[in-house]
Design a protein around this ligand. Structure first.
Ligand code: GLN
Length: 547
C-alpha cells in the first residue's frame, strides 16, 4: 500500500509547488521507490481544456486523453512516469461527479453536503491506484486560506486520519520574504500560513521555504519552534538557474531524508543521483548556442508553451548547446515582411493554437522557412499551416485554408485543405463528432499510433516505423490533396494506421522541415530528449555553423 505525501502552499501563489512535488518524486525514485504524482485543483472548470492559455498556461494531455494541468508536465518530465486522466482533478469535476450521482439516486434520499459527499468523492479520487506504487504525491492547487480549496484541505485531513499512522505526510511550501532595508528574512508570513493550516486541522511535517537569500541557522530554528516542526524539516529552497537542478539541490539540503525520517523509514536504499548529475552537467557545460524563433499567438505568457520550451531545452541538452528561444508574435507578419524578423534564427517552430488570429503570419513563417532552407518544426496548427502554405503557393490551390477559420467567421472562404474531422477510430472504438457539439473534452485527444514511411526523414529520426504520440485537435489535413502535394515534394511520411489521417509531413528537398499533427513536446524529458526535438536542434546547430 502506498504512502501519501500531500503538498500544499502558503503565503503567495506561484512558489513552484509543482516543481517541488516533481523533484521530490524524482528523489524518491532515485532511492528505488515507485511514485505517482497527482494534482488537485480547486477551480470550478471541469478540466482546463476550455481555458485560454492566457488564463491557465498550457493544457497538458495524457496518453489516455485527459486535458490536465501543466504541472502534470513537470511530473512527467522529472519522473518519466506517464500521467493518466486520474492524476488530475478539479472542484468542477468533483462536483459534477457528485451531482451526477445525486441525479442517478445513488445517495438514497440523503441531503448532499460538502462533508461528507464532496470530501468522500475527493478521498475516493486520491485512493485510485494506491496499490500500484510506493508513494503517491498529491499536490493541492492554490494557497491555504482560499475559500475554494477548503473541501480539498478537509478531505486530506480526513484521509490522513483514516490511514494507519506513519502512512501520510504533509509538506507545506512557503516564502520567506527579504526586507532589504533591515537586511532580514521574515518568517512571520510562514508562521501565519502554518497557523492557517493548523486551524483547519492540518499540521505540516515538513516546511519548504522559498528564499532568495541564505536562511541562517537562527531563522531556521525559529521557524521550527514557531511552526512546530523539527529544525531538520525546515528545508530551504533557493532560486536555481535551471529547474532541472531542483532534484540535486533538494537532495543536498536533505528533503528526501526529511521525508524518510518523518515517515519513520529507516531502511531506504541509498540514492542514485547519476541521472541528475548528468542532466546538470549538460545544462551547465554547453558547447555553443542556437537561436530558435517560436512564431505563435500566446507569446506574452511563456507558460502557454511550457512543454515546447522544455522540449527545446532537452533538445539542446542532447546536442550540448544552449537553446535561446525568442517568441515572435505571428500577427506581425500579416503586415510586415517576415524576413527581418526571422533571419536571425537558426530554426523556426510554429506551435499549436486555436482560432484564425495570427494564422496568416504562421503561413508566411512556414513559407519563409521552406524557401530559405531554415529548419522548421510545425506542431499541430503549425503543421496545418505548413500544408496550407504548400497548397496555396505550390499546388495550385490559392484559396486553401482551414475549416476552423470558416466556422469561426461563419463564412465559406477557403478550400478546406484542413477540415473538421467528424469520425475516427480510437483503438477499436469508432468516435463521432458533430459541429456544435460541446467544446469540452471532444477533440481527438490522447495517444494514437502512426505508421511512418520507410526511408523518410522521420523514420530515421525515430529509428522506427511505428510510433505513438499524443493529440489534441479538432481539424485534420485532408488526405484527398495528398497526391497534389506530394507531387510538389511534400511527403506524407506519417499516417494513421488506417491510412486516412496524415500525421506527419516533410519537405523532401529541404535541410529539415517537418510538420506533425501531434504534440511530441509532451513526451520529452531532460534525461530522455524527444528524438524530434533532439534532431531539430541538431539541424539548428548545423545551421548556426553555416551562417
Ligand atoms: N486548432 C487546430 C485544431 O483544432 C490545431 C489545434 C492544436 O494546434 N492543438 O485542429
Amino acid at each position: 500500500m502506498a504512502r501519501f505525501i500531500f503538498i500544499t502552499g502558503g503565503v503567495v501563489s506561484s512558489l513552484g509547488k509543482g516543481l517541488t512535488s516533481a523533484a521530490l518524486g524524482a528523489l524518491l525514485q532515485a532511492r528505488g521507490y515507485s511514485v505517482r504524482l497527482r494534482k488537485l485543483d480547486p477551480y470550478l472548470n471541469v478540466d482546463p481544456g476550455t481555458m485560454s492559455p492566457f488564463e491557465h498556461g498550457e493544457v497538458f494531455v495524457t496518453d489516455d486523453g485527459a486535458e490536465t494541468d501543466l504541472d502534470l508536465g513537470h511530473y512527467e518530465r522529472f519522473t518519466g512516469v506517464a500521467a493518466r486522466a486520474t492524476d488530475s482533478v478539479s472542484s468542477g469535476r468533483i462536483y459534477s461527479n457528485v451531482l451526477e450521482k445525486e441525479r442517478r439516486g445513488d445517495y438514497l434520499g440523503k441531503t448532499i453536503q460538502v462533508i461528507p459527499h464532496v470530501t468522500n468523492e475527493i478521498k475516493d479520487f486520491i485512493h485510485i491506484g494506491e496499490d500500484e506504487v510506493d508513494f503517491m504525491l498529491c499536490e493541492i492547487g492554490g494557497t491555504v486560506g482560499d475559500i475554494e480549496g477548503l473541501p480539498f484541505f478537509e478531505a486530506i485531513r480526513q484521509f490522513a486520519q483514516e490511514q494507519p499512522r506513519g502512512q501520510c505526510l504533509f509538506v507545506h511550501l512557503t516564502l520567506l520574504p527579504y526586507l532589504a532595508a533591515s537586511g532580514e528574512l521574515k518568517t512571520k508570513p510562514t508562521q501565519h500560513s502554518v497557523k492557517e493550516l493548523r486551524s483547519i486541522g492540518l499540521a505540516p511535517d515538513i516546511l519548504v521555504c522559498r528564499s532568495e537569500h541564505e536562511i541562517p541557522e537562527k531563522e531556521r530554528a525559529k521557524i521550527a519552534l514557531f511552526c512546530n516542526v523539527r529544525p531538520e524539516a525546515v528545508i530551504p529552497a533557493y532560486d536555481l538557474k535551471s529547474i532541472y537542478e531542483a532534484p540535486l539541490a533538494y537532495h543536498q539540503v536533505g528533503l528526501d531524508q526529511a521525508v524518510l525520517d518523518a515517515l519513520g523509514i529507516q531502511d531506504a536504499p541509498a540514492p542514485d543521483m547519476q541521472r541528475w548529475v548528468d542532466v546538470e552537467d549538460r545544462i551547465h557545460h554547453p558547447e555553443g548556442e542556437v537561436r530558435v524563433g517560436i512564431v505563435g499567438k500566446y507569446t506574452q505568457l511563456e507558460d502557454a508553451y511550457k512543454s515546447i520550451a522544455e522540449a527545446l531545452t532537452h533538445g539542446g541538452m542532447a546536442n550540448r548547446v544552449k537553446v535561446k528561444v525568442d517568441w515572435v508574435d505571428a500577427e506581425i507578419f500579416e503586415r510586415d515582411d517576415p524576413a527581418p524578423h526571422l533571419e536571425r534564427f537558426h530554426a523556426i517552430l510554429v506551435p499549436g493554437g486555436f482560432g484564425e488570429r495570427g494564422t496568416e503570419g504562421k503561413i508566411r513563417a512556414a513559407q519563409f522557412a521552406r524557401e530559405k532552407g531554415v529548419p522548421y518544426l510545425g506542431i499541430c496548427l503549425g503543421m496545418q499551416m505548413a500544408v496550407i502554405e504548400a497548397a496555396r503557393n505550390l499546388a495550385g490551390l490559392p484559396d486553401a485554408g482551414s475549416e476552423e477559420f470558416d466556422h469561426e467567421a461563419g463564412k465559406k472562404r477557403f478550400t478546406p485543405v484542413v477540415y473538421h474531422l467528424k469520425e475516427w477510430v480510437q483503438g477499436n472504438r469508432r468516435v463521432e463528432r458533430k459541429l456544435g457539439d460541446d467544446k469540452g473534452g471532444t477533440m481527438r485527444l490522447g495517444a494514437y499510433s502512426a505508421v511512418l514511411k520507410e526511408g523518410s526523414r522521420v523514420a530515421g529520426i525515430y529509428g522506427a516505423t511505428e510510433i505513438e504520440e499524443r493529440h489534441r485537435h479538432r481539424y485534420e489535413v485532408d488526405n484527398r490533396y495528398r497526391a497534389q502535394l506530394e507531387e510538389q515534394g511534400l511527403v506524407f511520411s506519417g499516417m494513421s494506421p488506417d491510412g486516412r489521417l496524415p500525421e506527419i509531413v516533410e519537405w523532401r528537398d529541404h535541410p529539415w522541415f517537418i510538420g506533425v499533427q501531434f504534440h511530441p513536446e509532451l513526451k520529452s524529458k531532460p534525461f530522455d530528449p524527444h528524438p524530434l526535438f533532439a534532431d531539430f536542434i541538431r539541424a539548428a546547430k548545423e545551421m548556426s555553423r553555416l551562417v
